[in-house]
Design a protein around this ligand. Structure first.
Ligand code: HMG
Ligand code: MG
Length: 302
């Protein structure tokens, strides 16, 4: 398998990134961030989630954020929907894609969405059916495909099991997520191989958190298997509220820099991306959590 010559990135910063911020971020700032990302050339953006505002208060403005978007043709805007209630609220805001999110670990499933893996599939099935009937694309996130904060190491067989369940209810493509960033290249490859028992390579996306600094190495390992779709978070924002200590996804700036250096096309303007990251980092009152962004900003002299 040769390394792909083109990679498509889903920026999950507005959702995975901001969901973990304690201070409320106003809807207009979230909208402005999405606009900056699309201007930088991102073709897929995970905007928000339709989850319980009691569980994740930061995402309570989901409909307002979706309504505030000035959509750019060719860009796919996705949102998380854990159940029918979330889907029914989401569909009014016209997402291009909805994301159901399950876990390869039982304990994480319960902590994150308050039900077992089997129950989660029962909840997702009518959501997937309704979305497909409405012409909305469906992605499935698979959490804890390498390790779980509650159960430790996760065997590839459990990833294959979850992928099979998602395939069985009609989910079109899946994210192999390393929720807590404990994966290393060979382990991540095993999780991807397990997913490939049910999905083709074009339907697999890598979602690597960078807690232990392995996300770029894991990305390279996934590229070696032919994966060409990756999720990243601008400025390295984020983490999961139900995975204590987990840090953000690989920073989009770092990912783009690596891919560009390898001659892999992304369609993204790194300078504009750094500006998008600086915008949200300034708002949050901190430096971007991206080595590349900091290096570019230092070189510019600001
Ligand atoms: P539940 O308590 O089991 O739900 O929560 P319920 O059906 O029993 O309803 C209880 C209450 O929640 C009711 O309100 C419902 O109306 C409300 P009350 O009568 O008490 O006032 N409710 C909702 N409200 C808004 N939107 C909804 C919704 N559903 C029920 N969709 C639920 C189940 C899934 C809702 C809850 O557990 C939840 O919201 N969890 C949050 C999950 C989350 O957002 N996690 C972070 C995102 S996942 C992630 O980050 C991982 C990922 O990045 C991949 C990776 O890195 O691993 C994707
Ligand atoms: Mg995540």
């Amino acid at each position: 398998m040769s390394i792909p010559s083109r990679v498509q990135i889903i920026d999950v910063g507005p959702r995975d990134g901001l969901q973990n911020e304690k201070t409320p971020v106003p809807a207009e700032v979230k909208v402005a961030l999405v606009h900056r990302l699309q201007d930088a050339g991102l073709q897929e953006i995970e905007v928000t989630s339709f989850v319980s505002p009691k569980w994740v208060p930061q995402m309570a403005d989901n409909a307002e954020v979706m309504a505030g978007l000035e959509r750019k043709p060719g860009v796919r805007y996705s949102v998380l929907t854990p159940n029918l209630q979330g889907y029914e609220a989401a569909v009014k805001t016209q997402p291009d894609e909805i994301v159901v999110f399950g876990s390869a670990s039982e304990a994480f499933s319960r902590k994150n969405i308050n039900c077992s893996i089997a129950e989660s599939i029962e909840r997702f099935a009518p959501v997937v059916e309704a979305a497909l009937a409405a012409g909305i694309r469906v992605r499935g996130a698979m959490s804890c495909t390498v390790g779980c904060p509650y159960e430790g190491e996760i065997a590839p067989e459990r990833v294959a099991y979850l992928a099979g369940l998602l395939k069985g209810i009609g989910v079109q493509r899946v994210d192999v997520a390393d929720t807590i960033g404990v994966g290393t290249p060979r382990k991540v490859q095993r999780a991807i191989d397990a997913t490939l028992e049910h999905y083709g390579i074009d339907a697999v996306s890598g979602h690597f958190h960078d807690t232990y600094g392995q996300a770029l190495s894991n990305t390279l390992a996934a590229l070696e298997l032919g994966v060409w779709n990756f999720q990243a978070s601008v400025s390295g924002l984020g983490g999961c509220p139900y995975a204590k200590g987990a840090m953000g996804n690989v920073a989009t700036e770092d990912l783009v820099f690596m891919l560009q250096g390898m001659g892999i096309e992304t369609g993204i303007d790194l300078d504009k991306l750094v500006d998008a990251g600086a915008y949200i980092s300034d708002f949050l009152g901190r430096k971007p959590n991206s080595r590349v962004a900091v290096a570019v900003l230092n070189k510019r002299g600001n």
